[in-house]
Design a protein around this ligand. Structure first.
Ligand code: SAH
Length: 247
């Protein structure tokens, strides 16, 4: 028995952003459990594997995490080479760490393979340099959606002097905006909202902190999208398809 599960990042959508390690893992896979934000085009790298969708969108409405755990364990114990393919990077809001811990507790080794996370790809594809020297002294990746529904300390985040990249923020934009304004981030702080980053259907809406809600609504911003908030979010405007310009 060769129980091992590969927890692999599929990147943000563009299949060319897959790592060589991810391609090799897919090539060797007997079974692939695929999450909903994974571009199915990457499956060309595993022509013989059994593909099981386990995402919340796509095919099945919602696959409980416990079921996914059991599925991984079953195939691993059968000695199958199992790849658990996740959107972006498995450990950036992807439960990769949780799954690796759970597998370890059950005697199964997990190997994590990085992917390019949506926030990085989205920013780059919009011409935004997240840690542009002299403009931002760092970048903070945060989720607006927490497991226990607790609110993030947006006021504190407003004080970091780093670019904020907000995941799962489309339906919580009011909280993000209110918290950051309360925290002292200027109303004019540039915001880039990037939908379907790195895919042909990528769209971006450029705005500012005080107008982001209205602009996002008028733009029809939909998930999956990342929000980039900070001075660097004004970069790359020549490539923008923004409401502000068409208005
Ligand atoms: N592990 C993933 C994140 C999963 S959480 C990663 O590293 O990218 C899901 C959130 O990721 C979405 O709500 C959205 O905020 C973001 N996301 C994932 N794919 C995206 C894409 N192609 N474009 C924009 N945002 C994306």
């Amino acid at each position: 028995m060769n129980a091992k599960v590969w927890l692999v990042g599929a990147g943000p959508g563009d299949p060319e952003l897959l790592t060589l390690k991810a391609v090799r893992a897919l090539n060797n896979a007997d079974v692939v459990l695929i999450d909903d934000l994974v571009n199915p085009a990457v499956l060309e790298h595993c022509p013989v594997a059994r593909i099981i969708p386990v995402g919340k969108r796509g095919g099945c409405r919602s696959t409980p995490q416990a079921f996914i755990h059991r599925l991984m364990l079953r195939y691993a114990r059968q000695g199958k080479t199992l790849v658990r393919l996740k959107g972006g990077d498995p450990c950036i809001f992807g439960r990769g760490g949780e799954e690796a811990e759970w597998l370890a507790r059950h005697g199964v080794e997990a190997e994590l393979v990085n992917g390019i996370t949506a926030g990085l790809a989205g920013a780059t594809r919009c011409g935004i340099s997240l840690t542009h020297r002299g403009v931002a002294r760092g970048v903070t990746l945060v989720t607006a959606h927490t497991q226990d529904d607790s609110s993030l300390n947006w006021q504190a985040l407003a004080q970091t002097g780093t670019t904020l990249v907000v995941y799962m923020g489309v339906t919580r934009m009011d909280q993000v905006q209110a918290g950051l304004l309360q925290g002292g981030l200027p109303a004019s702080t540039p915001v880039a909202m990037i939908e379907n980053a790195s895919l042909p259907e990528q769209r971006e809406c450029r705005s500012r902190l005080d107008a982001m809600l209205l602009d996002a609504a008028a733009f029809g911003l939909r998930s999956p999208a990342v929000l980039v908030i900070g001075e660097v979010a004004a970069q790359g405007m020549d490539t923008m398809v923004s409401l502000a310009r068409s208005a």
